[in-house]
Design a protein around this ligand. Structure first.
Ligand code: SF4
Length: 371
């Protein structure tokens, strides 16, 4: 099984916390679509032939900014160049792009899963984040998508907004759960240096939430999800039975994927690589008949550590047997026993898992196991 990721590098406006690759200059959107189609053709042999493409994921940026013809032409190119046996076709969308007729179009193009960037239902927070939508549009979008028959629906919520108490997060969680999407992704607000928030922080115009405050909200998230029947199948991802994201799960399982578009990453089963993270350079390179793709020079230790970090975050855990068979390494038994004694991990057969307590410190636990 393998997947195709298409990065649509445009947004209506820049959210103050976001450090993904995107541009708010939409003039070159049409040209970008043409280049994406060209890249799909140029890289049609990237994925190993024995893997059928079973997932498509349009991410960004804001894929819902594309019009019907643009999405259709990319989808047609995928069908033309790849052998597909589709299990899932996800499109990321913002609430302000989800009118009923657009949803109908997405469906007719094969999209069967929507990932909607809600982030918060609080007007003040949405304005602070510089989101392009308001809370009412979010509620309407989810409702319209459910009515349009999108059974696979995911919403994104951000926790850890700096505030004097947890009231906003409590309300966001309650409302999110009340709407009953099959899947919820939730990430802590992080302040990245090259963002508006990063700049405000440097100038002392923004105060970050403390680690404890964010940890309390993460625990509230875990409790609320469990109480409502969502499984935490990855640290930041919660799904009801049959609603886990197949495309993302395949990343975590180490299956191959082809990433198309500026800044997109790819993995062919052996090596990883990434495309240039600039719209202008991406277009220029492809127009010149060159490749925007560059192989990432990862050492064996990088690959092992990446597996430890990624697998530990999932419900399937980190397999000591896989480490032995695929990489020829064993983890430090003394470190494993110590983490077990501290209640941070559990071990069943030859697989280690983070406990709920351990999930709060996932990155540092993984780092302590790195080779
Ligand atoms: S959060 Fe999403 S919509 Fe906002 S700037 Fe980033 S990619 Fe664009």
């Amino acid at each position: 099984m393998s997947g195709i990721y298409i990065h649509i590098p445009f947004c209506k406006q820049a959210c103050h916390y976001c450090d993904f690759h995107f541009s708010t200059q939409l003039q070159r959107k049409e040209e970008m679509v043409t280049m994406i189609i060209t890249e799909l053709e140029n890289r049609k042999d990237y994925l190993p032939k024995r893997f059928t493409v079973q997932t498509i994921y349009f991410g960004g940026g804001t894929p819902s900014l594309l019009n019907e013809q643009e999405i259709e032409s990319i989808v047609n190119a995928i069908h033309k160049h790849f052998s597909l046996d589709l299990l899932e076709f996800t499109l990321e969308a913002n609430p302000d792009d989800l009118e009923a007729d657009r949803l109908k179009t997405f469906k007719s193009l094969g999209v069967d899963r929507l990932s909607i960037g809600i982030q918060s239902f609080d007007e003040h927070v949405l304005r602070f984040y510089n989101r392009a939508h308001n809370a009412e549009e979010s509620l309407k979008a989810i409702n319209t998508a459910q009515k349009a028959g999108f059974e696979k629906l995911s919403i994104d919520l951000i926790y850890g907004f700096p505030h004097e108490n947890h009231e906003i997060w409590k309300k966001d969680l309650n409302l999110g759960l009340m709407l009953n999407p099959g899947h919820i992704s939730s990430y802590a607000l992080t302040i990245e240096p090259k963002t508006a928030f990063g700049n405000w922080l440097k100038k002392g115009k923004l105060k970050e939430a403390t680690e404890d405050f964010q940890a309390e909200q993460f625990e509230m998230l875990q409790e609320a999800m469990a109480a409502s029947g969502y499984l935490q199948y990855e640290i930041s991802n919660f799904g009801k039975e049959g609603q886990f994201a197949i495309h993302n799960t395949n990343y975590w399982m180490g299956l191959p994927y082809l990433g198309i578009g500026p800044s997109a990453h790819s993995f062919d089963g052996k090596s990883r690589g990434f495309n240039v993270a600039s719209n202008a350079l991406y277009i220029k390179t492809i127009k010149n008949g060159e490749s925007p793709f560059q192989i990432d020079d990862l050492s064996k230790a990088d690959l092992i550590n990446e597996y430890i970090l990624t697998s530990l975050r999932t419900i399937w855990g980190c397999s000591l047997e896989k480490l032995k068979n695929d990489f020829g390494v064993s983890l430090d038994e003394k470190e494993i026993s110590e983490l077990k004694n501290q209640g941070m991990i559990s071990k069943k057969k030859e697989i280690i898992f983070l406990t709920d307590k351990g999930k709060l410190l996932a990155d540092s636990i993984a780092a302590s196991l790195f080779i």
